[in-house]
Design a protein around this ligand. Structure first.
Ligand SMILES: NC(=O)c1ccc[n+]([C@@H]2O[C@H](COP(=O)([O-])OP(=O)(O)OC[C@H]3O[C@@H](n4cnc5c(N)ncnc54)[C@H](O)[C@@H]3O)[C@@H](O)[C@H]2O)c1
Length: 330
């Protein structure tokens, strides 16, 4: 059985679906603070909080857990700047609870949702796994701290880990069963789509005078199902090479500016989106693009969805779920 911590959230739910399709048995552990019960359509759901050691323990004693995929976290950069305490407690301290129960139950494998935010401002583009890790916001620092803790738990207790450092997750299940529904939403593609669907008035462009092709920030978008597939490859890899803990970047090796993404959503949706310029945000690197060469060589992973396909799946999911948004204000 694979334990998916945070499996009612966006990326965890998509991974749950693909794990199940590949024949894995899963149990989702989630407090539903940010995730959705309706997204747990596969496997078992344990509603529990990683802050509560007893709840984690009772989940491990009920199910025979072979490996953990750990998605559970707070992940909003601006919020982490304003309230770092929340981030260090939920991301770092609660991960330690999970690891301690893994140790107690002799569970040896963890696939950890890390992030390109552990790198900070790029010294080279595209960024490889060897890029220095100097995060520029508490969110990135909380994830780097976990990577460091995982290293120590490997050396001392033999718990093997793979850090998957995602760039910007986006897109939705092409079957439209699940999608991206953060509340409040802070991710660019769903924000633009919500503006195109008149669920919000406009989209704010944070920073328009950066040293980039059109002055706006550049990010690398990777489809959520590509991330999900990487988790399964990572799980198979860690089981085969059980003495190997390591890290992989998961990105598309391509960057798109905020304005380019807005134009692409307008083209795919056929709707013109209102945008307003706003000042750049603290702790926001100008450009993030990830090399996936190492994941390709060692996991056989490569991203299958390009930006247009990412946007199309996201658009289709949002359109098919428009009714569930009707009464929500943004
Ligand atoms: N979305 C991205 O672009 C992105 C990029 C890089 C890394 N990541 C990382 O990937 C992971 C998943 O991201 P997501 O976008 O799916 O986020 P999400 O908010 O949709 O999912 C996180 C899930 O964790 C659960 N959770 C939070 N705290 C919990 C706790 N204390 N106990 C139990 N459950 C708890 C939430 O209810 C939610 O279901 C996060 O760790 C995030 O840092 C995401």
């Amino acid at each position: 059985m694979i334990l998916i911590a945070g499996g009612a959230g966006y990326i965890g739910a998509h991974t749950n679906k693909i794990l199940t399709q590949k024949g894995y048995k899963t149990v989702v552990f989630d407090n539903l603070s940010l995730g959705h019960k309706e997204f747990v359509k596969w496997g078992h759901l344990v509603t529990g909080d990683l802050a509560d050691i007893q709840q984690i323990r009772s989940c491990f004693s009920k199910y025979s857990i072979e490996a953990v995929m750990h998605f559970s976290a707070f992940a909003n950069v601006s919020e982490s700047v304003m309230d770092p305490a929340e981030y260090y407690v939920n991301n770092v301290s609660n991960t330690i609870n999970l690891l301690n129960i893994m140790k107690e139950y002799g569970v040896k494998y963890i696939i950890f949702s890390s992030t390109c935010a552990t790198y900070g401002d790029p010294e080279e583009i595209p960024m490889t796994e060897n890029h220095p890790q100097n995060p520029v916001n508490p969110y990135g620092r909380s994830k780097l701290m976990i990577e460091q803790i995982l290293k120590d738990y490997d050396q001392a207790y033999g718990i093997k880990h793979i850090n998957l450092r995602y760039f910007n997750a986006a897109g939705a299940d092409p079957d439209k069963e699940i999608g991206e529904n953060h509340f409040p939403e802070s991710h660019l593609i769903p924000l633009i789509i919500q503006a195109a669907l008149a669920q919000r008035k406009e989209i704010k462009i944070f920073g328009t005078d950066y040293q980039t092709k059109d002055g706006t920030c550049i990010r690398d978008y990777v489809h959520v199902n590509d991330l999900a597939s990487a988790h399964i490859l990572a799980l198979e890899y860690i089981k085969k090479k059980s003495n190997m803990s390591t890290s992989f970047n998961l990105g598309n090796n391509k960057g798109y500016s905020v304005k380019e993404v807005i134009t692409a959503v307008e083209r795919i949706s056929g709707v013109k989106v209102n945008s307003v310029n706003a000042p750049g945000r603290n702790g926001d690197p100008v450009e993030l693009i990830g090399s996936y060469q190492k994941a390709k060589e060692q996991l056989g992973w490569f991203p299958e969805f390009n930006l247009d396909q990412i946007i199309k799946t996201a658009w289709d999911w949002h359109v098919s779920n428009i009714d569930s948004w009707k009464n929500k204000k943004h």
